[in-house]
Design a protein around this ligand. Structure first.
Ligand code: MG
Length: 202
């Protein structure tokens, strides 16, 4: 199983980090060891003083393929969920400055938090709200209608480079409002009005 992630897929988030609006999806990956065990707390790693939450809609690939056309791409994923793409922002900034890959800042153990997955037919993926509450305060409020690249476009793009396999996950990018987590924070992730998970920071 591989975890493919899209960066800068919401214009307002690209802007808040001082990045340009990309012409093509910005792609990076997390290893499967990044997945946080269900029910575990998230422990801030010792190599960072600035871990950011990024709440994202996650697609689960249900059919293998390569060179998938956007028109057919909806046949290649059947479930969606929410995930947090935890990012060591201080480390990522250093790597970006030097033009180096982001993996250390993005792919560390526990950096991929996942909800349960749900049949995508139950949702309007073109207009799906999702939000993150931190310590009872709403910090991210996204809607998939604001994506620069739709799930279908993302699948078309990445499958030109990587063969997609059943069980692969695609993090589709985060809306604006990313920020730092501190010890004892409680994060709650909502898809529409339904709470999918909560998470304690240690
Ligand atoms: Mg992200």
């Amino acid at each position: 199983m591989k975890i493919i992630c899209i960066g800068r897929n919401y214009a307002e988030h690209a802007k808040e980090l001082g990045n340009e609006i990309p012409k093509n999806p910005v792609i990076f990956m997390k290893p499967d060891t990044a997945v946080l065990k269900k029910g575990s707390d998230f422990y801030i790693p010792e190599f960072s003083n600035d871990i950011h939450y990024e709440l994202e809609v996650v697609l689960k690939i249900s059919k293998g393929g390569k060179y998938i056309q956007a028109e057919n791409a909806d046949k290649y994923y059947d479930e969606i969920g929410l995930g947090i793409d935890f990012t060591a922002r201080d480390l990522q900034s250093k790597l970006k400055e030097k033009g180096l890959p982001w993996e250390l800042a993005k792919g560390f153990d526990g950096s991929a938090v996942l909800s349960e997955f749900y049949k995508k037919e139950n949702f309007d993926l073109k207009n799906l709200s999702f939000s993150l509450i931190k310590n009872k305060e709403k910090v991210q409020d996204g809607n998939t209608s604001m994506m620069l690249f739709s799930p279908e476009k993302i699948i078309e793009f990445v499958s030109q480079y990587f063969t997609l396999r059943v069980g692969d996950l695609i993090f589709t990018g985060t809306p604006k409002g990313v920020g730092k987590v501190e010890e004892h924070d409680i994060l709650e992730a909502f898809l529409d009005d339904k709470k999918l998970f909560d998470l304690r920071i240690q």
